[in-house]
Structure formats: structure tokens, C-alpha cells
Design a protein around this ligand. Sequence first.
Ligand SMILES: *Cc1c(COP(=O)(O)O)cnc(C)c1O
Length: 401
Amino acid sequence: MSDPVSTASGRAYLAIPGPSVVPDAVLQAMHRPSPNIYGGELVEMTHGIIPDLARVARTRHHTAIYIGNGHATWEAALSNVIAPGDAVLVLTTGLFGHGWAGMAEGIGAEVEILEFGDKGPFDPARVAERLQADSAHRIKAVLAVHVDTSTSVRNDIAGLRAAMDAAGHPALLMADCIASLGCDRFEMDDWGVDVMVTGCQKGLMVPAGLGFVFFNDKAAQVRAAMPRVSRYWDWAPRSDPEEFYQYFNGTAPTHHLYGLRAALDMIHDEGIENVWARHDRLARAIWAACEAWSTDGPLRLNIADRDHRSRAVSTILIGSPHGTALRDWTERHLGLTLGIGLGLSAPGETGRDGVFRLGHMGHVNGQMVLGLLGGIETGLTALGIPHGAGALEAATAVIAG
Ligand SMILES: *Cc1c(COP(=O)(O)O)cnc(C)c1O
């Protein structure tokens, strides 16, 4: 097979599930000299960022900003409500649930994992059963990942709240929305979430480096009753600062704040409902293409049921070595980077060479997704990987809607 002339020159597309594509408006907003951190524009801007973040999270309650990635928010949130020896129940549907469980262990929690595998969502009824058995109410928090980015499953957070209420259990509901916020519908207050964590580098379209913890009054009361909270992670001064310095427990993340301001403007100009609707349409185009490819050959979406799929990320099983081969091919020939597999393998295999993932979160539109799908089709063809016909027709029909 002759090697075709590469068409990789031109604007590259990083289609991995985080970091996501950063809009030019965000990059331009960050391209400036350092501002004064003791007064003036930056201080004013930050006061406005807090309510605009809360609007994206759909909460009227408290917001704390951290300089850190998603892992930092896992630890920040736990540090405010979980003391050594406290019991937490972690629902796992992929690698990221286990990651949060590990963080809880690291701060001395007694961690119990309810495992739901890597092919579907957690079952709220099983959670209710476990909570009912905890008649002494030892479990202090239930940790749930909304969208697990390794499996691309989307869990039912409102259903989890209903199950916890039905069990009459007072544990905090803590949700990881690092992959889902600004992509899949999420309603912190209406769904009864007590603590939510997210980062800035996925649906929020900013380079990695900011993390956010949202919490309600119930969680604030749990925090107030803690024997101690590590100074740096303490959300109390960050969410109600007397001085600007306290927002960040030190120097403000100056340029990230300008970038975030621009990203929030974009989200609110489009309207969060429209942002969700865009992600829904783009995800349905991707699903339609994948379902067409999977009518022949090895390619399968990891989550079979559309009702349980994320609209931010898709995990695709294709068998070794096709996953890695396809990623290498589209990057080298098309300037299109697909995501690696994380934490799971194609059926009957070990390792990640038979898996790839697509990030379709944040600053993504119809022509980008059609380019993504066309790129995959081209790679499948060039590499001789069998696949069903009609994928692009199916996707364009969804976009044309
Ligand atoms: C990306 C991600 C994380 C980890 O975030 P980092 O910024 O990489 O630390 C945690 N949970 C979910 C669901 C994620 O998608």
C-alpha cells in the first residue's frame, strides 16, 4: 500500500476527551500582561465570574475556585466534609469513580465501592438497598460520577437522589461533573446534589488549571462540624472572601480568569439550554455514524443503550491493534487526534490498543464533527478495517435534522 501524501497541515483538531478545543476568544483574552491582583479590573471581574459559574452549574448556592485540575477538586471537596475514619460509598462505572475512591482513601476515609461494571450506568435501587442496610447512618457521603470519561456512560444523578431519599438516608450526594458540565444537562439544585466538582478544561473550554467546587447549605453545615479542614482546601474563605486574596488562598490565577470570563460569555450568549441541545445533536450524529459502521466489522460503541450515553465523550471498541493504528493514522495523515482508551479493553483482550475515545465537548460544531467522522471513515478505509456503509450519510442526516 503506497503511503498517501499527508494532509495533516492546517488547523489540527484535538478530539480527545479533555483537554478540549480552546476557542480563539479564550486564547485572545489570555494574551495580555499580568494585571494587578490587589484591586481594579481583575477583582471586579472575579466577583462576576462566581455567579456566572453557578448559573452553568444550575445552583443558587456556594462556589469555590481552586488552582488545580479535576483531581484537585476531588480532594478539595472531600477535605471539607470527610474526616479520617468517616465512611464513604463510591459508585463506580469506570476508571474515574475508582480515581475518586482512591482520593478518599488517601485522606483516610473508610471507602466502600459499589461496582457497576464498565458497560452501563449505576443502579439507584442497589444504592438504596445498601443505604437501607446502613441503619446507623455511618455512610457520610455517596460519591457518584455523572459521566465517566473512560467508559462514556452517563449516570442518572436525579434517580440517585430519589433512591437516597427513598432510603431515608442523610448522606451527602457528591457528584463529579468534570466531563459533563456544559455538555450534558445537569441541574445541581433541582436534582438535589449537595456537592459538585468540575474542572475548566472540558465543557468550559479553558486550558487546564482551574477547578470548581459547588456546595449547598447542607454541605456547609457538615463542613462546619468537621474537627479540622486543611487550610488550603478549605472552601469557607474561598466562597465568602473578605479579601480578594482569600478567593484563591494566594495569588489569583490571573490569565485563566480572563480566559474563563470569555468562555462563560460564550456559554451564556449561546444559552446553556442551546449548548446542551448542540451537544445532543452532535452526539446523535456520532452515534448514528458508529451504529452504521458497526453493522459490519469490529467497531462498537461501548455503551449500547442511547439513554445511557454521554453527549461529551464516546468510547469505542474496535479490537487490537486497530484502535492504536487508527489513532496513529488520523493524526499523521489528517491532523486529527483521537483519544486513547482508558481503563478498559476490547472484548477478550487486555491493554488499550483495541479502544479509542472521541471528545465532543465544548467548542465543537457540526463541521468539526463531520470532519471527525469523515476522518475516522478515511482511516478505517485506508487501514482496511472492515466497517459498515452509510455512516456519513447517517451523520449528515442528523446534523441536517
Ligand atoms: C477529566 C476527568 C477527571 C480528572 O480531571 P483532571 O483534570 O485530569 O485531574 C475526573 N473525572 C472525570 C469524570 C473526568 O472526565
